[in-house]
Design a protein around this ligand. Structure first.
Ligand SMILES: [Zn+2]
Length: 448
């Protein structure tokens, strides 16, 4: 059984090993804003690329899109965000802290016990001004979801992609929500990244497609190594459905703070296209020439958070193990998510070893994200690579100078094999694809 991990351990590992830093840290940080470091940016890129591959590349019924963050304000009036994208807010009359009304029990401030104001509705969209004139007409919003950029391009995409329905349009990008109470590290932040699909279907087939996408998306997390017992599905009650949704399921993950939403899969009906058609005056329907029919499609929307996926993958991969009487912390990240695939480690920093080790690095890095590290003892370097989830450590030792071979150590089994430097990239490639290590782990067989 892997260890139960608390959030502090994850935050500390992330800081220590260069996954995630507090934003503007030298100025004391900015609430709930985080920066991805050299290892974190690779993990995050891998999460997005794996999603994009599964959703866009591996399918013939989904195409991609990348729309702007700032859009015509009419979009947000039509989508209902200006009127409805709100949370009830209460403020403490003594300490002036603000709370989400539904997160406070009773009428007292959880911080100081002071009296709270009556709840008022607080819009979660960030507002800014476009252009040099500060007037009402120049107000624009930072998008709170990427979905609307997809809806307003429905006609453009259908026409140019020459695809028939059902058709999905996928987008990854930043969204902004002025959350009253962000928190739990990168779980709820005011600036975050969305991975969203709007999957347009014929009305009447929407329930079937909702089921399909719920299963599909649940399985995606399982395939990428998240343990099934840490995932569950939860259907929204009628009272918690968003203003646009007909039905909605959450994929939830057992985070250190408890079960929380990883992804929502909603049936948005024809709400968005109908609203945009009405407000823009442009017809947004689909003409099926073969069947001789015309209709406004329904939409199934799997909407995932990149950052909270990153967090779930980190938490689920985290483990502390004992090897030869020593504790090691290791991230058992799936091979497609691991930030670094191979680390090249000369046994020591030595003028004889360095040229060969550098050569091995140059041989591998065009093929895989490769790290080179010759600082400190080999044991400490292994520990560092384990902690960032590096799949393979390639060690160049003095024998390598003679036999032109290196040792590959596998992260999870700690098995080691000796292979020729020539063609090394092909061996690593095969191992990445799941080829077994033809060796029993040295640490398990070695005499104590
Ligand atoms: Zn207070």
């Amino acid at each position: 059984m892997p260890v139960k991990v608390d959030m502090d351990k994850i935050v500390s590992l992330c800081k220590r090993r260069g996954f995630i830093f507090p934003s503007s840290e030298i100025y004391g940080g900015l609430a709930s804003c985080w920066d991805y470091g050299p290892v974190g940016v690779e993990l995050k890129r891998n999460v997005k690329e794996t999603w994009w591959k599964a959703i866009v590349q591996d399918r013939d019924d989904v195409v991609g899109l990348d729309t702007s963050i700032m859009m015509h304000p009419g979009v947000w009036a039509a989508s209902g965000h200006i009127d409805n994208f709100t949370d009830p807010l209460v403020e403490c009359k003594s300490c002036h802290l603000r709370w989400r009304a539904d997160a406070v029990e009773g009428k007292k401030c959880p911080q100081c016990g002071g009296e709270l104001t009556e709840p008022r509705m607080f819009n979660l969209m960030f507002k800014t001004l476009m252009g040099p004139v500060e007037e009402e007409a120049s107000i624009v919003y930072l998008r709170p979801e990427t979905a609307q950029g997809i809806f307003v391009n429905f006609e453009n995409v259908v026409t140019t992609s020459r695809k028939k329905l059902p058709l999905g349009i996928a987008q990854i990008g930043k969204s902004f929500r002025n959350e009253i109470t962000p928190g739990n590290f990168i779980f709820r932040t005011r600036e975050f990244e969305h991975m969203e699909v709007e999957y347009f279907v014929k009305p009447g087939t929407d329930e079937k497609w909702l089921d399909y996408w719920v299963k599909e998306r649940f399985e995606w997390y399982v395939k990428l190594g998240i343990r099934k017992e840490n995932l569950r599905l939860r259907q929204h009650g009628k009272d918690e459905l968003a203003h646009y949704a007909k039905d909605c399921y959450d994929v939830e993950y057992l985070f250190p703070m408890g079960w929380s939403e990883l992804e929502g899969i909603a049936n948005r009906g024809d709400f968005d296209l109908t609203q945009h058609a009405k407000c823009s005056g442009k017809e947004l329907s689909y003409r099926d020439a073969e069947a001789g029919e015309k209709y406004v499609p329904y939409v199934i929307e799997p909407s995932a958070g990149v950052d909270r996926s990153v967090l779930a993958f980190l938490v689920d991969a985290y483990d502390e193990e004992e090897v030869e009487g020593e504790k090691r912390t290791v991230l058992h990240l799936h091979h497609s998510l691991a930030p670094i695939k191979v680390a090249v480690l000369p046994l020591s920093r030595n003028e004889k070893l360095t040229p060969l080790a550098k050569e091995v690095f140059k041989q591998l890095c065009p093929n895989f994200m490769t790290d080179y590290d010759d600082s400190q003892s080999i044991g400490r370097r292994y520990r560092r690579q384990d902690e960032i989830g590096t799949l393979f450590c390639v060690t160049v030792d003095f024998e390598s100078l003679e036999d032109k071979q290196v040792t590959i150590r596998e992260r999870d089994s700690l098995a080691q094999i000796r292979v020729p430097i020539e063609g090394l990239e092909k061996v690593v490639e095969a191992k990445l694809k799941g080829e077994a290590f033809d060796a029993s782990p040295l640490w398990a067989t070695r005499e104590k």
